[in-house]
Design a protein around this ligand. Structure first.
Ligand code: HT7
Ligand code: ZN
Length: 880
């Protein structure tokens, strides 16, 4: 596969004004007829160059140019392109092709999932449906007619509004859909299946009535209400916060079981992984309910940030994804607890995106080259891209940011644009110069920000010295300074925020403010500071950087109690825990007796005993930094020491805090027992504290805790409590109870694929010895299949990504296993194969012996035969 560069971008030679598609769907093949009304692009220069259409895995049956049937001498065909010579500026191409959705295991293009036809065209799947200019800057209107056997496929859907339908002979029927909005081919969709729907209505801010439909397999019709509620909330929120109104008469969501990602924002016809739609108390956890709400919102928000204004080319992917993640994160923050949402997002970013930024696949938010675009739907493009938008929001403030987004949507409606166009709109609306800020789009890597302080008691001044740097990443040895918005406050000995006045200012500017760090080395001096303050830095995680400040453990305990920024209270607890855990890791490595710093116990005791704290915050503060995060911040990660230290700390905390944990557990379980399930913030909070308490308590092995876990497992009315009870049993030494619970669970839920995914995951993530053997046995379970991406993620992904001690077994067995699965998936579903590779690509983090074993597996994959571009790119870059 060849490398594609942003610098080589050229406007398309031809444009497609109208696309008329007809699909004849059969069991053993599908016929696709495409009529493309085309013209020379006036922006592309003079003359009539050859027309090069994209097309893969298509059997060409007929080709016409302006009604003239072309013979083989009139065009050139390769396995990726169809080339012909137009003779006029305006012309019409008609093509007929045969394709095979029934044997499409890659789940890209048109394919079948659980008996229904569906599509996934982003990024480059449309070229597997028909010959086309499959690039996002070619935007066309679409009319689509589908015909299929009526009995098997009573529902026929495509983008836009339905305009006609009818029956044919032979038990077939047809429907025609028309999408009046110009769109690139990646937003095309069709669905044909035996589906039921829940219907609702939404009245937009200009009083237009929109029909809302969510289509699912009949047996899932009872699991749709939460997604429908989420959709209506999203539509209202986008009107209120961004002034964005829905534009078609109908908005549809379809749930499919086999899907490579979470969902897809096709115009008017979103297609979702069923895991991101279906949710009801008995079968979906609180986390799953929140994910459904977030993904429904995310895809809906794309209607403006992605569809009405789309990307010029795939290097600009973060233009729509970073912006839309930022929008959905703010939506979730408004619907639930803002601080908890921020904590969850930052914990995820620091564990996973920071690792990506430090690894062989590190790339800028706007990459400048790729081999396979599917590999660039990354945490960097999505989550770091969202952080970049958040920083613009912080720098401009909410009003100017809104002015900027209004200008962006008005200026570029109906266009395919770049990240620079977005920034320009923000600059023009706000008057703020973002020239230096744009380095966040072009430079990869996580910046480090070292902060030190000096207090001058005689002059009453307090000075913060800052030094920023960014490590080299592939292809980028040197980095220029970033613009880092640093939100901070200074606390006095009582924890009160001090007025903040910088040298040269005539009066204080608030007590919490955003400083702009723009240079490699910079200092800020505050005046009228009457006592040595304690800084609260990077409040709300105001920039995606690695901040260091020499806090003592006592200072961190103080911040945990007094910081008025909720995020930073949590952050202080995490930093304290990191210091304590790193001390334990050292003790383990030196073969010493492990001794837990009692200050961590005291700090968590006061959190547990503080009744005025939000329960979800208590739960977050009780959660120790994960093994993944401890790995990320290590120079050389000692997997066994990290696991031993963290488990030791958990067990010690459980013993020392047994009383308050047990009190909190019992109180919350009592409420849960007497309250029907509600998917709302206060209830999520109660259950999260109840469940983390149970997982600590279980470490004590006390019989009353085992009894409590069994009671919760059996008597609860929802999956959140049931799955936690199952997980604590699975991770416990109570073999008989564990086996019984696993068996009962599988028996009860054997027909619910999404619940079985959770059953697989809980076992795959169990860190007790023998993890690989358990996973290998589970692969033989009748509910497991490598053909379904959710199953692959639930078992193989959870093992390699969450079960670090077992995956990194010193004999390399975990690595060998993962490489085998990647080799097998490479042949059936390259996108999923490539995504499973992540843990192996991080080989530089480990000791020499593990490095050698991991590299050997990557080399074995490379030598294993014909590799997809997806797998080849990741493996070859990892070994470079
Ligand atoms: N925009 C969607 C991207 C997507 C995708 C990309 C590659 C392969 C399969 C895919 N399915 C969906 C998802 C989103 O960000 O909304
Ligand atoms: Zn998206």
């Amino acid at each position: 596969p060849k490398m594609i560069y942003l610098k080589d971008y050229q406007v398309p030679d031809y444009l497609i004004d109208e696309t008329h598609l007809t699909f004849e769907l059969f069991e053993d093949h599908t016929l696709v007829h495409a009529q493309l009304v085309m013209r020379r692009n006036p922006d592309a220069g003079a003359g009539l160059p050859a027309l090069v259409l994209d097309g893969q895995q298509l059997e060409l049956l007929e080709l016409k140019l302006d009604d003239r049937v072309l013979g083989a001498a009139d065009y050139q065909l390769t396995d990726s392109h169809l080339t012909l010579q137009p003779t006029q500026e305006q012309f019409v191409i008609d093509s007929s092709v045969r394709i095979h959705p029934e044997s499409n295991t890659a789940l890209e293009g048109l394919y079948k999932s659980s008996g229904m036809f569906c599509t996934q065209c982003e990024a480059e799947g449309f070229r597997k449906i028909t010959y086309y200019l499959d690039r996002p800057d070619v935007m066309s209107t679409f009319t689509t007619t589908l015909s299929a056997e009526q009995h098997r496929y009573p529902v026929l859907l495509s983008n836009g509004n339905p305009i006609a339908s009818g029956s044919e002979e032979g038990g077939r029927h047809w429907a025609t859909w028309e999408d009046p909005f110009k769109k690139p081919a990646y937003l095309f969709a069709l669905v044909a299946g035996d589906l039921w729907c829940v219907e609702d209505r939404f009245t937009t801010m200009s009083a237009r009535e929109v029909t809302l439909r969510i289509y699912v397999e009949p047996e899932n019709i009872d699991k749709v209400q939460h997604a429908m509620d989420s959709l209506k909330k999203s539509m209202k929120w986008d009107e209120e916060v961004y002034g964005r109104e829905y534009d078609l008469d109908i908005f549809m969501i379809v749930a499919v079981n086999d899907f490579n990602m979470g969902a897809m924002e096709n115009k008017g016809l979103n297609i979702f992984n069923s895991s991101c739609v279906l949710a009801k108390a008995e079968t979906a956890t609180d986390a799953a309910h929140q994910r459904v709400e977030a993904v429904v919102a995310h895809e809906y928000f794309h209607n403006w940030s992605g569809n009405r204004v789309t990307c010029r080319d795939w290097f600009q992917l973060s233009l729509k994804e970073g912006f839309t993640v930022f929008r959905d994160a703010e939506f979730s923050a408004d619907m639930n607890s803002r601080t908890v949402k921020r904590i969850e997002d930052v914990a995820y970013l620091r564990t996973h995106q920071f690792a990506e930024d430090a690894g062989p696949m590190a790339h800028p938010v706007r990459p400048d080259s790729f081999m396979e675009i599917s590999n660039f739907y990354t945490l960097t493009v999505y989550e770091k891209g969202s952080e970049v938008l958040r920083m613009i929001h912080t720098l401009l403030g909410p009003q100017l940011f809104r002015k900027g987004s209004d200008l962006y949507f008005a200026r570029h409606d109906g266009q395919a644009v770049t990240c620079d166009d977005f920034i320009k709109a923000m600059e023009d609306a706000s008057g703020v110069d973002l020239t230096q800020f744009k380095r966040w789009y072009s430079q990869a890597g996580t910046p480090r920000l070292e902060v030190s302080e000096s207090y001058d008691a005689a002059a009453n001044t307090y000075r913060l010295q800052l030094r920023q740097s960014c490590p080299a990443t592939p292809g980028q040895a040197e980095k220029l300074p970033f613009v880092i918005p640093l939100e901070l406050a200074l606390l006095d000995a009582q924890g009160r925020e001090l007025p903040l006045q910088l040298v040269g200012e005539d009066k204080p500017v608030g007590t919490s403010r955003v400083l702009q760090v723009t240079q490699a080395e910079q200092a800020f001096t505050f005046v009228n500071i009457a006592e040595q303050p304690l800084p609260s830095l990077l409040r709300g995680f105001s920039a995606p950087v690695k901040l260091s400040f020499p806090y003592s453990r006592d200072q961190l305990m103080f911040l945990m109690q007094h910081d008025s920024d909720g995020f930073n209270r949590w952050e202080a607890g995490q930093q304290l825990a990191v210091q304590v855990l790193q001390e334990l890791i050292g003790q383990h490595q030196r073969g010493e007796l492990l001794v837990l710093d009692p200050r961590l116990v005291a700090a968590l005791r006061s959190v547990l005993e503080n009744d005025s704290l939000d329960q979800a915050m208590v739960a977050e503060m009780l959660s120790l930094p994960g093994e993944g995060y401890l790995t990320e911040i290590s120079d050389v990660a000692d997997v066994d020491a990290i696991h031993a230290a963290r488990e030791f700390a958990r067990a010690q905390l459980a013993e020392a805090l047994f009383e308050p944990l047990w009190a909190r557990y019992q109180a919350n379980r009592e409420v849960s027992r007497n309250t029907p399930y509600v998917a709302e913030s206060a209830h999520f909070a109660r259950r999260s504290l109840q469940n983390i308490a149970l997982s600590y308590l279980m470490l004590t092995g006390k019989p009353q805790v085992l009894a409590a876990a069994l009671e919760q497992y059996e008597a609860c009315d929802n999956m959140t409590e049931r799955l936690t009870a199952l997980a604590v049993l699975v991770n416990s030494p109570f073999e008989a109870e564990k086996a019984e619970a696993l068996k009962a669970f599988a028996e009860h839920f054997k027909d619910n694929a999404l619940v079985m995914d959770q059953w697989f995951s809980v076992q795959a993530a169990c860190t007790l010895p023998g993890g690989l053997a358990r996973v290998q046995a589970l692969m033989q379970h009748p509910a497991f299949t490598m053909k379904n991406p959710n199953k692959v993620r639930a078992l193989i992904g959870a093992f390699a990504g969450q079960n670090l001690v077992n995956f990194h077994a010193a004999d390399g067995s975990g690595y060998r296993f993962l490489a085998d699965q990647v080799i097998s998936l490479n042949a059936t579903n390259p996108q999923i194969a490539s995504r499973q590779l992540g843990p192996l690509t991080r080989w530089r983090k480990y000791d020499a012996s593990r490095q050698a074993l991991m590299r050997a597996e990557l080399e074995r994959i490379l030598a294993s035969g014909e590799l997809s571009s997806d797998v080849f790119e990741v493996v070859s870059k990892s070994l470079a």
